[in-house]
Ligand binder design. Structure first.
Ligand code: AMP
Ligand code: ZN
Length: 141
């Protein structure tokens, strides 16, 4: 889903309004319309890619370069103490908009945001077996 049908492509083209924080020729950042915390921003490549794995390396490098600079500015502007960088990939992971984007979510100590992060343990040997299975599927392009 690119161009006409993609809401973030339409935002990048100025066809849908957004509160822009930063843009250059390759990257746009705007405030999330339903923020988890004040200053919650999205950073997108202007060229369409459905997910992180579909994004070309050049676009991704620029996305990360800008995100690295933007995040501390958002933290300072909001008087926050840190931030989460989130990239949902796939419906199971909560991705609603199929145009790759990073969420920058400003955080304060004990703010209760993203508080329930379940922790588990692997049975003996399971972690090593899984790591081997992952290596079997790994393609470094
Ligand atoms: P995700 O679940 O990672 O796909 O996140 C999509 C995000 O896009 C959500 O946090 C939405 O609030 C945000 N969003 C959707 N439409 C707009 C819009 N028109 N302007 C700003 N943010 C939006
Ligand atoms: Zn798009």
């Amino acid at each position: 889903m690119a161009g006409q049908d993609c809401i973030f492509c339409r935002i990048a083209k100025g066809q849908i309004p957004s509160v822009r924080v930063f843009e250059n020729d390759r990257v746009l950042s705007f405030l999330d319309i339903h923020p988890i915390s004040d200053g919650h921003a999205l950073v997108i490549p202007k060229v369409h890619a459905g997910s992180l794995s579909e994004c070309d390396e050049g676009a991704l490098a620029e996305l990360m370069r800008i995100t690295k600079c933007l995040a501390p500015a958002i933290v300072k502007a909001t008087g926050s103490e840190g931030y989460n960088l989130l990239c949902n990939n796939g419906r199971a992971a909560g991705q609603l908009v199929d145009h790759v984007h990073f969420h920058i979510i400003p955080r304060r100590l004990n703010d209760g945001v993203l508080a329930h992060w379940p922790h588990r343990d692997y049975p003996a040997g399971a972690a090593e077996a899984l790591a081997e299975k992952i290596r079997c599927h790994l393609v470094i392009s």
